[in-house]
Design a protein around this ligand. Structure first.
Ligand code: ATP
Ligand code: MG
Length: 293
């Protein structure tokens, strides 16, 4: 008889995690032929937009892709988590959108992984919703800036992720106009689907009037707690509504995920072997293997 008891739940969990880690290490990810521009949006606050943006971007960069994260939230949480400077006087996405500063002048490389870069957000962005109203082509400013940047830069970016604020204002509209894909994080909780139809209606309006190429390509279930029946019901319900879009991978609720940003890190570099990190790497692999809509 083996001296190691692999019949306890904990032992099984450890064995399963090891199996998933080895599967990830054994596989390489394809890179897209053209840059995939993915807006991460949900007007509900605190559903995991920033956490998903940062960790998917980090996971793809770790796998060898070149990834740009555009922080479009005045809170600047993505900038914090990627360890890039975003004090009030740091040149930022605000200067790009409002002041016509080229993105190439504000982009910073993230210390997280080679190939990972960030356009930071500062507190100035809080005024941008109002300042944008009176500007020409107010819905297209991010798209124009990003197109120019991708033309100018020597780096060939494989992915651009845009982290949106929790609202459907002009900043989020700029993100929808600049992107081809929308990734919607949904928190596995009781009110998960509340507000989703409003979000989808807004995306339809953008498709009709401003960006016919936009598609909801990906839905990611976040903060899953396997111990509750409720979380399982939410997963089933979202999967039945969006069978094609929902990733197989579900992101578990994990303390390591929530504490990583306070070290200016993604969970991928902070605790690479934790269940949260492995889940984000699996989600990133699924995204890489699905081609753009
Ligand atoms: P906002 O709408 O304010 O921009 P958000 O949608 O970007 O919020 P996050 O900031 O990513 O959401 O997450 C909200 C909070 O939940 C954060 O404190 C984050 O650390 C925590 N969190 C996110 N995902 C997880 C997870 N899988 N496990 C535990 N905590 C998590
Ligand atoms: Mg956020």
């Amino acid at each position: 008889m083996s001296s190691y008891d692999d019949t306890t739940p904990l032992a099984r969990e450890v064995a399963e995690l090891t199996r998933r880690r080895i599967a990830l290490a054994d596989s390489s990810l394809p890179v897209p032929a053209a840059t995939r521009i993915i807006t991460v949006a949900n007007q509900k606050g605190g559903v995991g937009k920033t956490t998903s943006t940062v960790n998917l971007a980090a996971a793809l960069a770790q796998a060898g892709a070149r990834v740009l994260v555009i922080d479009l939230d005045p809170q600047g949480n993505a900038s914090t988590a990627l360890g890039v400077e975003h004090r009030a006087d740091t040149p930022s996405v605000y200067d790009v959108i409002i002041g016509d500063t080229p993105m190439i002048d504000v982009v910073q490389s993230s210390p997280e992984f080679p190939g990972l870069a960030c356009i930071p957000a500062t507190i100035h962005l809080a005024g941008a919703e109002i300042e944008l109203v009176s500007l020409v082509a107010r819905e297209q400013r991010l798209r124009t800036a990003l197109e120019n940047f991708l033309d100018q830069t020597d780096e060939r970016y494989h992915y651009v992720f845009i982290d949106c604020p929790p609202s459907l204002g002009l900043l989020t509209i700029n993100a929808f106009v600049a992107a081809r894909e929308v990734l919607i994080p949904i928190q596995c909780e009781y009110y998960a689907l509340e507000g989703l139809s409003q979000l989808l209606d807004n995306i339809k309006l953008i498709q009709r009037h401003l960006n016919p190429k936009l598609a909801v390509s990906t839905i990611l279930l976040t903060m899953y707690d396997a111990r509750t029946n409720l979380a399982n019901q939410v997963v089933e319900e979202v999967r039945s509504h969006f069978p094609k879009e929902v990733l197989t991978t579900v992101i578990p609720r994990s303390v390591r995920i929530s504490e990583a940003p306070s070290y200016g890190q993604s969970v991928i570099s902070y605790d690479g072997n934790s269940p949260g990190s492995i889940s984000y790497r699996e989600a990133a692999a699924e995204i890489a293997r699905r081609s753009a809509a």
